[in-house]
Design a protein around this ligand. Structure first.
Ligand code: NAP
Length: 356
């Protein structure tokens, strides 16, 4: 059990990211000083939205540089902090070398940040942004889980360097975090295990998070012939910020927290947008048949391998979010609000264009 003093600064790695930005905003609005660690604090384009978030907030933001692959590089940002949020990790499907671009930054980065936390006496709690990807790889894994539902007890055993290496990177990184936690007694570790995060981006134009790409795929016409019913969980980015906040400041918070609001699928995500945007955007209306995707999928998108299609299309996803609701008092926004707000930001920022 750790009580965090709100007058002390809080460190956030990858502070400029899609998810972290909403957390930083929330901390600043609460009057907390945020030590925002980013790769290059001189890159104005990458941090302008954080400066905007700080403008009318009670808290103060201070920028620091930190690189996941440079040992000790987060030390300066962490000094004097009781609470450390480690969110930075690559979330992309656009990679050539999984080891170098996904696994190393995820695992060595976690080692780097947590080893620095071991050296600083001020640190009392580390919250690691993990993922449901550290729990499962394919929707079929939830069907095969005890009772057909994913819980915090389960670890991903099906991802690998060759098959969905992003999920593998998150699994190895979270395992590393728990391993390091055991080697010290100054701080405790809490992990936030989100499903697919959607919701309005505060930095949509300068963001490469896979979340934004999925929204662009839904509204940009890639799925106008139909969307595959791939079972997934989704959660609003604003709720994810809230979950991180609660994970940091609830003294009793303990262990892993599945942070997933709705069990859904890609088609339903698209059709939720139809009433408001169906006239102007090429949104999916029908389910893309599994047999068709098995044939054309591998040619259109490198994610849609035969194995992926077999293990995910027309297979429901089910995760149990009762632990975070019960222990941290978490509530979640309705899916319609999340989908519409995400989409509207992409339209307002000129990223998605309406049919004329
Ligand atoms: P994002 O916007 O791309 O944020 C990733 C952050 O990590 C960025 O700040 C990025 O910095 C930083 N980063 C990447 N490689 C780095 C390196 N070598 N050194 C220092 N910083 C590095 O993606 P996101 O969606 O917000 O993801 C944030 C976290 O949430 C990740 O841990 C991800 O695995 C987790 N997560 C996301 C989802 C989701 O659906 N979005 C779901 C579950 C878990 P740059 O901007 O400089 O690249």
């Amino acid at each position: 059990m750790q009580h965090i003093d709100k007058s002390k600064p809080v460190m956030v790695t990858g502070a400029n990211g899609y998810v972290a930005t909403w957390l930083v905003k929330k901390l600043l609005e609460d009057g907390i000083t945020v030590h925002a660690a980013v790769r290059n604090p001189d890159n104005h384009q990458k941090i302008a939205h954080l400066k905007d978030a700080a403008k009318n907030a009670k808290g103060e933001i201070k920028f620091f540089s930190g690189d996941l692959l440079a040992p000790g590089s987060y030390m300066e940002a962490m000094e004097g902090c009781e609470l450390v949020y480690h969110t930075a990790s690559p979330f992309t499907s656009d990679f050539k070398d999984a080891q170098k671009e996904l696994i190393d930054p995820a695992v060595k980065g976690t080692e780097n940040v947590l080893n620095s936390a071991k050296e600083l006496e001020s640190v009392k709690r580390v919250v690691v942004t993990s993922s449901c990807a550290a729990i499962y790889t394919d929707a079929i894994d939830s069907v095969n889980a005890p009772g057909g539902v994913l819980t915090e007890e389960i670890w991903n055993t099906t991802a690998s360097m060759e098959y969905l290496p992003y999920s593998y990177s998150k699994t190895l990184a979270e395992r590393k975090a728990w391993e390091i936690e055991k080697t010290q007694s100054n701080w405790d570790l809490v992990t936030v295990n989100m499903s697919l995060v959607l919701g309005p981006a505060l930095n949509a134009a300068n963001n490469t998070s896979e979340s934004i790409n999925i929204l662009k795929m839904l509204g940009g016409g890639d799925m106008k012939m139909g969307a595959p019913k791939i079972g997934v969980g989704i959660v609003d980015v604003r709720d994810v910020a809230d979950a991180h906040y609660k994970a940091g400041y609830t003294p009793e918070a303990k262990g892993r927290y599945i942070t997933s609001a709705h069990n859904t699928n890609f088609l339903e995500m698209g059709t939720t947008l139809l009433p408001k945007y169906g006239d102007k955007f090429p949104l999916p209306k029908n389910a893309l048949p599994k047999w068709l995707l098995s044939i054309v999928g591998p040619l259109t998108n490198k994610l849609f391998t035969r194995k992926f299609v077999k293990n995910n299309v027309n297979i429901p996803f089910k995760a149990d979010n009762s632990k975070i609701k019960k222990e941290l008092g978490m509530t979640f926004r309705p899916m319609k609000e999340t989908m519409e707000d995400s989409f509207q930001v992409l339209i307002d920022d000129g990223i998605l264009k309406a049919k004329s």
